[in-house]
Design a protein around this ligand. Structure first.
Ligand code: PLP
Length: 462
């Protein structure tokens, strides 16, 4: 499979190149040149297979030439062997129509482990084969940082510098990052907020002199391989509910549009998905874009579902590319307008092609109500992000089976869960000593020069 940029002016790469590149050099995102499509019989033949086997079948068409089936099987076996549940992502029935797909049984208790545990192994394999090394730089509001650090700790050829806003991530989230003591992991708490951290990271990637000295790499969801590994659980869950002979709908708590885009990919591959409900909190740019074509970024309002507190959803560009009829010129012009003015009116013709999606905006009261409903009527304690997805799912009428993606374990957000339900969720036993483990991290001012100097003193040059 070859990968092309959504903006049409970057080199065409193979899976390895696209995985190591992250962002395309023209500012666009890498997407597969075509969507591979399974026949109904091929999908039916996956029913009942273990998670790892479905993952091999779903991913192989995208990785061929770079990773063959035996290598994929080895990577997925090791990655998902670290999950606390044999089913990897168990599907839990709530009532006659609703299910939760529990994506949080990985090492750091959020769905990001599903992709990052495999990506860490893929990075290591590519780097070992080529003798190269990379410097991963990221900014996190909590979940991405801990999942990336767990996945990359101790991996050969990878050095990680993760910036988080000092004092503005939960203690559980901070400790999940700072108690990883491997020599290749460097946590930096910056004196600023998440936007400051992200702006510094972007500036480092754009600093040609700095980028020339260090082989910078990204692990956020602009990385195509992350999205690919998330396509798998749409297949396993739909198969469990009767696909390909029955249609299934999904509600997805959405921030950067990565997780829900993976559902779109599954549909392109032939999985009978009836609808993808994009659930947002009050940071509702995607809700406005999909319901009225108003794609305009406001300022971010902090909420109890911080991983959805996003105004510019990077992966939405991948959908817009398809909605434009894969017209890279039109898309590049549209994105230039959006980047210059922070606003874009989506053409009617593009929106008309987005019929697979619906959208819902869920406020704090409805989120808390949904946490209480889940506990009272199903016995499930759910986290704030999952509650937003479930609220959107329950508003959707129809009788198709509806799966809500449960993106985080409730114990990751104990204060918000306790405030809504009166019950404080407990960390799983494997993390029970998290609050007493030793921590290691540095503090730095939120200034590009200081952070670059900090990294330059520790990272291995090209
Ligand atoms: C990252 C995250 C999301 C948002 O996922 P996207 O792929 O960015 O849309 C939702 N919930 C939780 C718990 C997350 O960590």
């Amino acid at each position: 499979m070859r990968y092309i940029s959504t903006r049409g002016a970057a080199p065409i790469l193979d899976f390895e190149g696209a995985t190591l590149a992250g962002l395309a050099s023209d500012g666009g995102l890498y997407v597969p040149e075509t969507w591979p499509r399974f026949t109904e019989a091929e999908i039916a033949a996956m029913a009942g297979l273990p998670y790892v086997e479905v993952a091999v079948r779903v991913c192989a068409p995208f990785t061929a030439s770079a990773l063959d089936e035996a290598v994929l099987r080895d990577i997925f076996t090791r990655a998902y062997g670290r999950f606390a549940h044999d089913a990897v992502v168990p599907l839990v029935q709530l009532d006659h129509r609703h299910w939760l797909l529990e994506l949080f049984h990985g090492p750091t208790l959020a769905f990001k482990d599903v992709a990052l545990q495999a990506l860490g192994l893929v990075f290591e394999r590519f780097l070992r084969a080529s003798g190269r090394h990379i410097t991963v730089i990221g900014a996190t509001s909590g979940d991405t940082g801990s999942a990336a650090i767990d996945a990359l700790a101790g991996r050969a050829g990878v050095e990680v510098f993760m910036l988080h806003p000092d004092g503005r991530v939960s203690e559980v989230q901070r400790r999940q990052m700072t108690t990883v003591l491997d020599a290749n992991i460097h946590n930096i708490a910056i004196a600023g907020n998440f936007d400051d951290a992200q702006a510094i990271v972007k500036a480092m990637f754009n600093d040609a002199a700095f980028a020339a000295r260090f082989p910078l790499a990204a692990v956020n969801s602009i990385n195509w391989a992350r999205l690919l590994f998330q396509v798998v659980y749409y297949f396993t869950s739909a198969l469990a509910l009767g696909a390909p002979h029955r249609r299934v709908a999904y509600a997805v708590p959405t921030g950067n549009f990565g997780d829900v885009f993976a559902g779109y990919v599954a549909a392109q591959m032939g999985l009978p998905i009836e609808r993808l409900v994009v659930a947002t909190n009050r940071n509702d740019i995607l809700h406005r874009a999909l319901t009225s074509g108003d794609y305009s970024a406001g300022t971010v309002t902090p909420t109890d579902a911080p991983s959805m507190d996003i105004q510019v959803s990077s992966n939405f560009e991948r959908l817009l590319f398809d909605l434009s009829g894969r017209d890279a010129g039109a898309l590049a012009a549209a994105m230039a307008t959006f980047e210059a003015t922070k606003t874009l009116a989506l053409p009617r013709a593009w929106l008309d092609k987005a019929g697979l999606f619906s959208a819902a905006r869920v406020d704090a009261d409805e989120m808390a109500d949904t946490m209480r409903w889940a506990l009272a009527y199903t016995g499930q304690l759910i986290d704030p992000h999952t509650a937003i997805g479930l609220a959107a799912a329950r508003r959707d009428d129809g009788d198709t089976p509806m799966v809500t993606l449960a993106t985080a374990h409730p114990a990751k957000f104990p204060a918000a869960v306790a405030a809504a339900t009166g019950v404080t969720p407990q960390l799983p036993a494997r993390l029970a000593d998290l609050m007493t483990r030793p921590e290691r991290y540095d503090r730095a001012p939120a200034r590009l020069q200081e952070i670059e100097a900090h990294i330059a003193a520790r990272a291995r040059p090209r």
